[in-house]
Design a protein around this ligand. Structure first.
Ligand code: SF4
Length: 271
């Protein structure tokens, strides 16, 4: 019974990777019904089974993978916020390396992210990718997720995006906690004031929150401006502040910082 269940889950995972969205929603509804049968899974697939560490031990990405897939299926089938379920095209779970030392957390998917099912793929996402690469990482080396996994609804025909409210973020936050628990990054970068509110219920202006370390689930979190803020505010001084926050992160991670990186934005350079 368990073997055939696992086989079925593998097939579903493949379908989710390569199938179309409408088919996925129907598959997910069926998974939801299967889950209600409470079929027992092997202990190794449960999130709490992860035991990797950062103190020189080997990362056990292979053992994290099934647990992350189980979580992903659960989130893709989530219907805790009916108004968002009605509105969303895709659930935007998160992308990146399960062995990531560094994780970026934003607030919620926008229109482009909702359409593609990936976080940070719009203009702000392109800027985030440039920040990540300027730090010396490939985008695929870090993990990127949002506090909210579904796009906040807006009236039909309205342009733009809406920030998620506190209730929506609190409803969805346990999923992000599980992602962080599985990945165990050495550091997290919280992008923008809404993400900071979702993570810490922080209400101070970002100019006061940025550049400081806090802890979330035992993991150090650096707050910085959201890339969309930098797109709205092209001042070199604001970009330099984000870069100073990222230099702190690099220093914390023990990553080498080149002179070029150190001096970024002191001359007329832009991300
Ligand atoms: S926002 Fe989060 S909690 Fe709400 S329906 Fe989407 S996945 Fe579920």
């Amino acid at each position: 019974m368990t073997q055939s269940f696992e086989h079925g889950v593998s097939l579903v995972i493949e379908a989710l990777r390569f199938g179309n969205v409408r088919t996925n929603q129907s598959i997910l509804a069926r998974i939801g019904r299967l889950r209600s049968l409470d079929i027992k899974r092997p202990p190794s697939t449960l999130p709490d089974s992860k035991s990797h560490n950062h103190s020189g031990g080997t990362r056990e990405a292979d053992s994290i993978g099934p647990a992350m897939e189980e979580l992903r299926l659960r989130v893709l089938a989530c219907s805790k916020c009916p108004h968002l379920v009605e509105f969303r095209q895709n659930v935007v779970f998160g992308v990146g390396s399960l062995e990531a030392d560094l994780m970026f957390v934003g607030e919620a998917p926008g229109a482009e992210e909702d359409r593609l099912g990936q976080p940070f793929v719009g203009r702000a996402g392109q800027l985030l990718t440039r920040i990540i690469e300027t730090m010396g990482f490939a985008r695929s080396e870090v993990y990127i997720a949002n506090v909210l996994k579904c796009r906040p609804d807006i009236p039909e025909g309205s342009p733009g995006n809406r920030a998620p409210n506190l209730e929506e973020m609190q409803t969805c936050l346990p999923y992000l906690r599980e992602q962080i628990h599985l990945i165990q990054p050495k550091a997290i970068v919280a992008l923008g004031g809404v993400a900071m509110r979702g993570l810490f219920n922080a209400t101070a202006p970002m100019k006061d929150l940025r550049g400081q370390w806090r802890k979330f689930g035992g993991i150090p979190v650096m707050a910085t401006f959201h890339p969309s803020f930098l797109l709205r505010n092209q001042a070199l001084t604001e970009k330099r502040k984000v870069w100073e926050d990222m230099l702190q992160v690099l220093e914390f991670l023990g990553r080498p910082v080149s002179e070029r990186q150190q001096n970024f934005f002191l001359s007329n350079k832009s991300l």
